[in-house]
Ligand binder design. Structure first.
Ligand SMILES: NC(=O)c1ccc[n+]([C@@H]2O[C@H](COP(=O)([O-])OP(=O)(O)OC[C@H]3O[C@@H](n4cnc5c(N)ncnc54)[C@H](OP(=O)(O)O)[C@@H]3O)[C@@H](O)[C@H]2O)c1
Length: 259
């Protein structure tokens, strides 16, 4: 057996369908690209058409199968509609990546209902609803992979965690509940936990060189994260290779959380 055949057996996503929310920017765009280049037909879901179009154009130019669905995942009705439209492109997904997220973190005392509601709707309810929509089908077909993107704040308070930390902590619990329900049927559910990653989500913090350097120094690798750092971990969790890994949180943070 050649190394190529062996790696293919472990990691190839040929013939699979993936839905990646937040797949038009940052970590989600990197993950969508990694899954598509590994053979999956990928549907990216987000609000703004420009980013969606640019992502899909890049992937199709690379010979991948990719498409986009524009939707605001901030209401239940829109999430359900987006799920139907996403499944309508290449068929019901084998892989669901919940990466769309908002990062609204006013000081705790100033946290109002609107911030709480938006944070819970996009960061927690949308992943839950998409899981309810796609998880049972995956279980019925005997294969599925659900991957959520959480945060350091799922594990500890860190720079005004507020509602954001609550949503990410609950998302890790959701992964465990989903794993308990569907792992017997070949559907694994895990989370990827970033550290500080230089993406548009962090534009404010990224523009402060002193803070960026201080955060880099807290890692073990001596640098902050890049969206590309998530490609390998995402392919692993989406592939057959991770069949016995479920209900887990995989930290992709340069050692930040254990330093
Ligand atoms: N960057 C970090 O340091 C870091 C650290 C920990 C965790 N994370 C998590 O990683 C995930 C990705 O973040 P990122 O840093 O890659 O940010 P990003 O580059 O800003 O990407 C966020 C993505 O989510 C989409 N999105 C946001 N709100 C949406 C909504 N209401 N409906 C549909 N799509 C929506 C955005 O597209 P549209 O704006 O077009 O909708 C975009 O595609 C998030 O869940 C975030 O919490 C990031």
């Amino acid at each position: 057996m050649t190394s190529h055949t062996y790696l293919n057996e472990l990691f190839s996503l040929d013939g699979t369908v993936a839905v990646v929310t937040g797949g038009s920017s940052g970590i989600g765009r990197s993950v969508a690209g990694a899954l598509a280049r590994s053979g999956a037909s990928v549907v990216v879901v987000a609000r703004k058409e420009a980013g969606l179009r640019a992502t899909v154009d890049e992937l199709t130019a690379d010979g991948c199968r990719a498409a986009w669905v524009n939707a605001d995942l901030g209401t239940r009705a829109a999430v359900r509609e987006a799920a139907d439209r996403a499944a309508g492109v290449f068929g019901e997904p084998d892989i669901l990546v919940n990466c769309a997220g908002v990062n609204l973190r006013p000081p705790m005392g100033e946290l109002d209902d609107a911030v709480w509601d938006t944070t819970m709707a996009v960061n927690l309810e949308a992943p839950y609803l998409l899981g309810q929509r796609f998880g049972p089908g995956m279980a019925e077909r005997g294969f599925g992979r659900i991957i959520h993107i959480t945060s350091q704040q799922a594990h500890r308070a860190f720079v005004q965690s507020g509602a954001y930390g609550v949503s990410k902590g609950a998302l890790e619990s959701l992964a465990r509940s989903q794993a308990e329900a569907w792992s017997p049927y070949g559907v694994t559910c895990n989370t990827l936990v970033p550290g500080f990653v230089m993406t548009p989500l962090n534009a404010r913090l990224s523009s402060d060189p002193e803070k960026v350097a201080a955060l880099a120094a807290r890692t073990m690798t001596g640098r902050n994260g890049l969206a590309e750092d998530f490609a390998g971990a995402a392919v692993f969790l989406a592939s057959r290779a991770s069949a016995y890994v479920t209900g887990q949180s995989l930290f992709v943070d340069g050692g930040l959380s254990v330093h």
